[in-house]
Design a protein around this ligand. Structure first.
Ligand code: SF4
Length: 482
């Protein structure tokens, strides 16, 4: 680097704290590359940082409270004379706007989720002069203006450039890689803040996605997960030509060296038959789908504005099992949505039982400021009822999950070894007489498999014979031949 560049971009120690979903984790990973390209050093000790960045989440109050508390601490350190630049990034920024900086004086930078490619320049600006530096995504109310459409197109292009230029060397040290294919959401489920904070749906160019997957595979990532807010609603238009999600999968699956291709999270409405057929036709597309149901009651689905009936959801599960016999299905549920009766709650239990989900992520409803349900619906299910329903749904899901996992006992499954098991990580891993430790890995259906083997197998594919199972994990023995 020449002296001019060095002066222009002073090397800083940057600490990044990430909350929320996989999209946020990938955003932070991209930021690491962008900042390292500017010679900044990424550090893990917050106390030693020159720049502190919070990549935030607005889905739950708890995640926001954590950031408020951090900002309070940063304000105190600044008042004590510590020179730091504090940046808040992501969903909270889009939801709260400049109010966030008005309430928390420590904040120097506000950057919305779609503007993260500008962050290195924003840090330079904040270093050069006092005052708040901001970059916001276009708001939903402006989305039809010509100027806003142009900005959305520019941001989608930036997403291509920034995502695809990511340096695989700074990514996780396993064989797994993550590729964002779209941003935003146009669905407006009544309880959800995402369409307001992550903006309208924008899909990346298929050529840019293909190039990025190739690059990751060439660098040793043999399992790629495509991610998007509603990943299967991916649709890229180029003049008259449209690339749909199933076509994108069919373009990516033949890439040499790509052993597993997955995608999360899907919306039931967009899970069309062509996607199931492509999954069936390519053996390296994992037979795993995460399709949140949210409720087993048609009445509640309507109030949530989910866009499908219970019958349509049931039909999707039936079609998935008919097309891909070994498919593994995972769901999400919200309990205690406004107006949910005991009958509606029983309907959710029934849906879990008949759909035989491998697991379900179950959440208690709480109104999030800015959402449609918070504005228009009365949060009328008492907290203790929500708690009870949450526990009941968890119990039903546990029973179903145990049965699901037990069907693998006696089978041999292919496992990508991801590293030490939780137990081995907690204790200092003690090796067995032949140098083995307890490892964990994942099947194509995303089952967690625990087994003893040499740690050197991390990142490799092995066969494991399943000898036992509980509601969360499979347990087995390493097969001698791979
Ligand atoms: S599909 Fe619904 S729940 Fe999912 S991100 Fe969009 S609005 Fe939120």
């Amino acid at each position: 680097m020449n002296a001019y560049l060095f002066l222009r971009y002073p090397k800083m120690k940057v600490y990044i704290e990430t909350l929320g979903c996989q999209m946020n984790r990938l955003d932070s990973e991209l930021l690491v590359t962008l900042l390292q390209n500017r010679s900044h050093e990424i550090i893990t000790a917050r106390k030693s940082a020159d720049v502190i960045l919070y990549n935030t989440c607005s889905i739950r109050q708890h995640a926001e409270d954590k950031i408020y508390s951090r900002l309070g601490m940063d304000a105190k350190r600044k008042a004590d004379g510590k020179e730091i630049i504090v940046g808040v990034l992501g969903c909270m920024v889009q939801r709260e706007g400049v109010d966030l900086a008005r309430r928390y004086s420590a904040v120097d930078i506000l950057c919305s989720p779609g503007q993260l490619h500008k962050l290195p320049d924003m840090i330079d600006q904040a270093t050069a002069a006092d005052g708040l530096v901001t970059s916001f995504d276009p708001s939903r109310t402006q989305k039809h203006s010509h100027e806003t459409k142009e900005q959305i197109a520019r941001d989608a292009e930036a997403m291509d450039v920034v995502d695809a230029s990511r340096d695989p060397e700074v990514m996780c040290e396993t064989s797994q890689g993550f590729v964002r294919i779209m941003r935003g959401c146009d669905n407006f489920c009544t309880y959800c803040i995402v369409p307001f904070v992550r903006g309208p749906e924008r899909s990346r160019r298929p050529e840019a996605i293909t190039a990025e997957v190739r690059k990751l595979v060439d660098s040793g990532r043999s399992e790629i997960t495509l991610i998007g807010q509603t990943v299967n609603s991916y649709k890229h238009k180029n003049g008259e030509a449209t690339t749909r999600f199933s076509e994108l999968l069919a373009m990516l699956a033949p890439i040499e060296g790509l052993r597993r291709l997955r995608f999360v999270t899907s919306h039931p409405v967009d899970f069309t038959a062509d996607i199931l057929q492509v999954m069936r036709d390519f053996s390296n597309i994992c037979p795993y789908i995460h399709v949140p149901a949210q409720s087993g009651s048609g009445k509640i689905l309507k109030a949530m504005n989910r866009g499908y009936t219970l019958q349509q959801y049931d039909d999707l599960i039936t079609a998935a099992r008919e097309t891909i016999p070994n498919v593994v299905i995972v769901s999400d549920f919200i309990v205690g949505f406004p107006g949910e009766t005991e009958q509606d709650h029983e309907a959710s239990k029934d849906l879990i039982r008949r759909s035989e989900f491998k697991n379900s992520f179950i959440f208690k409803y709480s109104p999030r400021p800015g959402t449609i349900s918070a504005k228009k619906l009365d949060d009328d299910v008492p907290e203790e009822v929500k708690k009870r329903r949450n526990n009941e749904l968890l119990t039903v899901q546990k029973e179903v999950a145990l049965k699901h996992h037990q069907q693998y006992v006696g089978q041999t499954v292919e496992v990508l070894v991801t590293g030490l098991s939780k137990r081995s990580r907690k204790q200092a891993p003690s090796s067995g007489p032949d140098g083995t430790v307890q490892l964990m890995g994942r099947t194509t259906g995303d089952h967690i498999v625990i087994f003893d083997a040499p740690a050197a197998l991390t990142g490799k594919y092995v066969n494991v014979e399943i000898t036992d199972a509980n509601d969360l994990n499979l347990f087995g023995e390493l097969c001698k031949t791979r």
